[in-house]
Design a protein around this ligand. Sequence first.
Ligand SMILES: [Zn+2]
Ligand SMILES: [Zn+2]
Ligand SMILES: [Zn+2]
Length: 484
Amino acid sequence: MKVLCISDLHYVSKKGYEVDFGRKCSYGLEFLKRVLNREKEVDLIIGGGDFIDDVNISSSIDDFRKIKEEFENAGIPFILVRGNHDIEEEKFFEIAENYTKPVILGDYIFYPFHDEYREDNTCFRKKEELEKFEKFCKENSDKKVVAIQHYLIYPDLKLGYPFNIENENEILECYKKNRVFLSISGHYHPGLPMMVWENIHFAVVPAIVEKEFSYFVIELDDEIKIERKNLSVISSVPIFDFHCHTEFAYCGKDVNAEGNIERAFLLGLSGIVLTEHAGQLYLSSEDYWSGKFLEGVEVLKKGKEEKTARIREFKKSLLPLKNEFVRIGLEVECDKKGNITLLEEDKDGIDYLIGAVHIIPDEFMVSKEKMKEGFLKFTEFLCKNNIDILAHPLRFFRRNKTEVPEGVAKDVVKILKDYNVVAELNFHTNQPDPEFFSMCMEEGIKISFGSDAHNLGEVGEFSPHIEFLNNLKADLKEVLYFGK
Ligand SMILES: [Zn+2]
Ligand SMILES: [Zn+2]
Ligand SMILES: [Zn+2]
């Protein structure tokens, strides 16, 4: 049984609202989405309270509703407990009623308590609540009990602010009597490692809204295992995002340069390359998606002459952002003659060229053999043009719902090696091939991380990348590309 615990989102949608103490209130909803996107293999999700930051903000009820809907979207059972920052009791239960009750799952009872909060943030639990709990445990005497609440029961933190519930001793005795083997709390933002008292385990879940933006995955078996995970990238080597889209992408959702940079910085990256589809900067969306650039660079020039091209606008708006942390890149494709989708005259100021094979001429799309031939031809075209990185190698076949033809991986490795090009690890609508990357490492080809973000919530999300390379026993210091 796996339980995901996320707590203290302190979400505020209102722009410009920030409190002190490093609380990133505007990120509450996005961070929840990020965690739910990562942790799909859990049996139950627990929201530990303080879903919103301030009940007095007019958007707080809507904000809580959005949070609740995000939990619903995960399609996994979940429980929410009300924290001292949350909206008023009546409204809270009206919105989240179905998710505030005890849940029986396998051998376990998950029992949420909704405690009473006073104006001064002290907290107590009513006697009736404990009696109700005892009764429930007696009716389900074959189950192990997990108790959930916002405030701490144990250990007793005497830190000047009320972190513990007032009648904690009474509650501890009650838990002991009723076979509670795990108690889960939030509220204390740093979180705590697991503690044990009289065979009861205590988990204090950190606040997702404060650095390092952490949450727990708890595994319940004969033993209890808690894994503390972070949204921040924590690595002994610098981590760069070499492939992050901008507001200039036709296929972008809400990505934008400013938002991307803010997230890259917040999540602990060492730098970010704002990379846009070069073809999209010359052509209309219709012409781009129909692969008009395959015809030759004349169509790019025509785009400029007819003033539909946005390359100048792109450079004018993004080049001034360049600094130690921010670099600018272009994701280029090739035409039939082997020219990339970037005119010589526009190369100035661009730091990185990322080559991608998204589409090849129809004449190659007739058989598996021809596809292989065309794909390799265009891959080599790109590499001949001095690209730095090959974007999502081999994804072309996945997109075309075809198995990767035999020998292609090896051939691509050879091309990358011959032209000294970096291989990009990219999970955007993609499942990278471990064998291909093993071969790259054997040949000394460097590997770059690309979020290929089209949503702000994807920027700097590198947990799959790091896990992938760890599974290959890669030494990050050896294999990663750190830029030029
Ligand atoms: Zn809190
Ligand atoms: Zn709290
Ligand atoms: Zn891309």
